[in-house]
Design a protein around this ligand. Structure first.
Ligand SMILES: Nc1nc2c(ncn2[C@@H]2O[C@H](COP(=O)(O)OP(=O)(O)OP(=O)(O)O)[C@@H](O)[C@H]2O)c(=O)[nH]1
Ligand SMILES: [Zn+2]
Length: 196
């Protein structure tokens, strides 16, 4: 079992065989020098890009949840991510900003970034990615409120399909106090816009 992808050697080899078949069906010569090792490289790359399926959020968090007295908003801004659109298996990528109001506990900052990857490294749509991040932070932290804003570029709209270099898509998900309070949402968006 590979520690970076969570897949066995046998599974990676099976995926590589499928990639070899696809490359041949596309009309390429799978025996030419530049392509000989491509099916295996592609299989490993795909295994890495989908490793979130085989991870455990509790292992990711590793008990890095700490007692905290204050209730000021905590914001981690511009966490980059790379995901695969579940409709076309083409990359979409961008940034996620997370805000939360603690309720007696905070979470290690790097763990928020790791949770973003946990949900990004699989076949996804941007709306679900945003909602899943919001949901897990709310559940694991027991915060008073959570807000997640995600901005991404979708290659399936740029290099194929409508072929429009459209502005990035933004999705927002809220829970608890952020759902109830426009003021809190404004505070979050003002903070991430100003970079403070
Ligand atoms: N809501 C949402 N849609 C997405 C996301 N990623 C890709 N899509 C869209 O999924 C849709 C799939 O539409 P279909 O008509 O089934 O597929 P298609 O014929 O390849 O569509 P086109 O991309 O328009 O060529 C497209 O409109 C994509 O732009 C995402 O993260 N969220
Ligand atoms: Zn797509």
């Amino acid at each position: 079992m590979s520690s970076t992808t969570g897949l066995s050697e046998e599974t990676i080899e099976e995926i590589a065989r499928h990639y070899a078949a696809i490359i041949s069906l596309l009309g390429e010569d799978i025996t030419r020098e530049g392509l000989v090792r491509t099916p295996m490289r592609a299989a490993k790359a795909m295994a890495f890009a989908t490793r979130g399926y085989r991870q455990d959020p509790d292992v990711i968090i590793n008990d890095a949840i700490f007692t905290h007295e204050g209730s000021n908003m905590v914001i981690v801004r511009d966490i980059e991510f790379y995901s695969l659109c579940e409709h076309h298996i083409l990359p979409f990528f961008g940034k996620v900003s997370i805000g939360y109001i603690p309720d007696g506990r905070t979470i290690g900052l790097s763990k928020l970034a790791r949770l973003v990857d946990f949900y990004a490294r699989r076949l996804q749509v941007q709306e679900r990615l945003t909602a899943q991040i919001c949901d897990i932070v709310m559940k694991k932290l027991g915060a008073k409120g959570v807000i997640v804003a995600c901005t991404a570029d979708h290659l399936c709209m740029k290099m194929r399909g409508v072929e429009k270099q459209l502005p990035a898509t933004t999705t927002v998900e809220t829970a608890g106090a952020f759902t109830e309070s426009t003021t809190l949402r404004e505070e979050f968006f003002n903070a991430i816009a100003s970079g403070k």
